[in-house]
Design a protein around this ligand. Structure first.
Ligand code: GRF
Length: 191
């Protein structure tokens, strides 16, 4: 079985991207990370990807006239890399059908909540404000509905007394990394 070629989209730190790169070092992992794109030139994750011999590309959304124009250029770029799967990993963009439809069923996103709870931003603050007892992360297929596509894998963490958005985010992030590795393997083997 040939390993699936994966591109990762980031905007910042890139710790989920790093987890995927590390997992994919194992030749038995069903996917390889072959390319990384950031919409921000100063995304810290870019340097790590490059240090691992992975090609990187900055595509600044501000260089494009519209959201659709950016997404069309991005999709074209990704197609030129002959990728099988796209992983959004802290890619802070609202995506349009121009991009989403090109990669239907082959694009994943990680979201820091137990979807369908807390779509959108500030998930940890909102979970705490609600007095939630549990919180977590989800990896889902990207569809036109923001944070709304079918969930592939979820991980739950407890909300503990005295939690702040920061302590809760850190606990969630710890489970995000193995979660994304598991979800990508699941999609890669299903294609
Ligand atoms: C993660 O919490 C992810 O769930 C969310 O953005 C954050 C990205 O972190 N979509 P990193 O860039 O992967 O470290």
């Amino acid at each position: 079985m040939s390993r699936k070629r994966v591109g990762v989209l980031i905007s910042g730190r890139g710790s989920n991207m790093r987890a995927l790169i590390e997992a994919a070092r194992d030749p038995a992992y069903p996917a390889e990370i072959v390319h990384v794109v950031s919409n921000k030139a100063d995304a810290p994750g870019l340097a790590y990807a490059a240090s691992q011999g992975i090609t990187t590309q900055v595509m600044d959304h501000r260089d494009h006239a519209s959201r659709e124009a950016y997404d069309a250029a991005l999709s074209q770029h990704l197609k030129s890399k002959q990728l099988d799967i796209i992983c959004c990993a802290g890619f802070m963009r609202i995506l349009t059908p121009v991009l989403i439809n090109d990669w239907a069923g082959r694009m994943l996103n990680i979201h820091p909540s137990l979807l369908p709870l807390y779509k959108g931003l500030h998930t940890h603050e909102r979970a705490l404000a609600d007095g939630a007892k549990e919180h977590g992360a989800s990896v889902h297929i990207v569809t036109e509905e923001l944070d709304g596509g079918p969930v592939v894998e979820q991980a739950v963490v407890p909300v503990l007394p005295g939690d702040t958005p920061e302590t809760l985010a850190a606990r969630v992030l710890e489970v995000e990394h193995p979660l994304y590795v598991k979800a990508l393997a699941k999609l890669a083997t299903s294609l």
